[in-house]
Write a new protein. Structure first.
Length: 405
């Protein structure tokens, strides 16, 4: 794997309170039993195969009510703005506990006070999500028992492809890190736990850096937060290295569907996957951090770049190559999730066939038949007779869902 090393450049009431809080975090993790932190005890593999039997939504986006009985291959046909993507979004919400494109408050149908998503899997496990914006309230239940949002990760695996995903290639490092976190968290709950802890500690460290710059903080206190940051951050870094290593051969193979060129990702990281190296980098950049009141090294500064052969795809690629590259990434992602969990994710494809030629459509069709898949399209012209023969067909019109066959 080709690696690039890149370096990127409220308040607690008192220093002693901050110092004590940091030491307590460290002490609790050392002396408490592992089951005190429930995320540690959730296995990264599950014996349940992800397959949805049914979906019900209420007051979601443009829908008052809608119900779908879901099979292996499912096609949603309808015009633009009819709400096809809204149904994909509702299914993906069952995986992440949030939308891939909007805030929760934007998902409530205009004039209504809440939305509800309910799904049942092939093992009869029932998943319910209720959200009300005023006052903000989200309730997640699995088999009628209240659960935390983090408990969805790994329970319902999904991979989503929408036309907007091609923007990932030229997107900000923050959005690319978000992509990494969403994928890795589905297969590793410990990663999610460390990520949440890392962000909290990073916020405290940055707050302290500001106080030091203003003359009210101390370097001893900073050292404590730095150690805490390394303890949480090193796990994130190691798992990201593993992700890129695992993804590389999958991505090369997936892109061969579209081109004979080689597609790969260059991982830019400000620290290596070594605790001592991480600590040393924090010390080296301590003065810069104080001046900027920001932590300038760590996994929160990571980035990655798409490369086609030896050129940056962002610099030389066409829109068609962008689309092929991101679709290849999604195909690699679904295989990565399957390899890590021994379960097949559900594949959600939003208007993907219309911009592919016959050869590439056929290759993609051969792949998706191995997974439960939901496809949206404005018409049937781009879909093969073989695909239509096996699929459940739903027509979306006037924001209502009608089963055609």
């Amino acid at each position: 794997m080709k690696i690039k090393l890149a370096i990127n450049h409220r308040d607690l009431t008192s220093q002693w309170h901050s110092l004590l809080f940091a030491y307590c975090l460290l002490l609790f993790e050392e002396i408490l039993p592992s089951d005190f932190f429930p995320l540690y005890n959730v296995p990264t593999k599950t014996s349940l195969k992800m397959s949805l039997k049914s979906l019900k939504i209420q007051n979601y986006r443009t829908y008052g009510k809608a119900e779908l009985e879901i099979g292996d291959i499912n096609i949603l046909i309808g015009g633009n703005t009819e709400g096809k993507t809204n149904l994909l979004e509702a299914i993906s919400y069952l995986t992440f506990g949030k939308s891939f494109r909007s805030h929760d408050k934007d998902l409530v149908k205009w004039g209504e006070e809440y939305f509800r998503i309910e799904a049942r899997r092939n093992d009869n496990k029932k998943i319910e999500i209720f959200y009300s914006p005023e006052p903000p309230k989200k309730v997640l239940k699995i088999d009628n028992k209240p659960k935390k949002q983090s408990e969805l990760f790994g329970l319902n695996l999904a991979v989503v492809f929408t036309p907007e995903d091609i923007n990932l290639i030229a997107s900000s490092p923050d959005k690319k890190r978000r992509y990494l976190d969403m994928v890795i968290s589905q297969v590793d709950k410990k990663y999610l736990y460390h990520l949440i802890g890392y962000k909290k500690i990073l916020k405290q460290r940055n707050s302290l850096l500001l106080r030091i710059r203003e003359g009210s903080g101390g370097l001893k206190e900073l050292a404590v937060w730095s150690d805490q940051l390394v303890q949480k951050g090193i796990y994130i870094i190691k798992k990201r290295f593993e992700f890129f290593a695992d993804l590389e051969p999958l991505l090369l193979n997936s892109y061969q569907i579209f081109s004979d060129d080689n597609l790969w990702l260059k991982y830019a990281h400000s620290v290596d996957n070594s605790e001592e190296f991480f600590k040393r980098r924090l010390k080296e950049f301590e003065s810069i951090d104080i001046i900027s009141a920001k932590t300038t090294v760590g996994p929160h500064r990571d980035d990655f770049t798409f490369y086609l052969n030896d050129k940056s795809l962002e610099s030389i690629g066409s829109r068609g190559e962008f689309r092929s590259a991101v679709l290849s990434l999604k195909l690699s992602e679904i295989k990565y999730l399957e390899n890590k969990t021994e379960n097949k994710p559900i594949f959600l494809l939003d208007d993907v066939f219309s911009e592919l030629d016959i050869k590439r459509r056929g290759a993609l069709y051969n792949l998706i038949t191995n997974y439960q898949t939901v496809i949206t399209s404005t018409d049937l012209d781009h879909l093969s007779p073989e695909l239509l023969k096996k699929a459940n067909l739903f027509k979306i019109e006037n924001h209502e869902v009608v089963r055609e066959k």
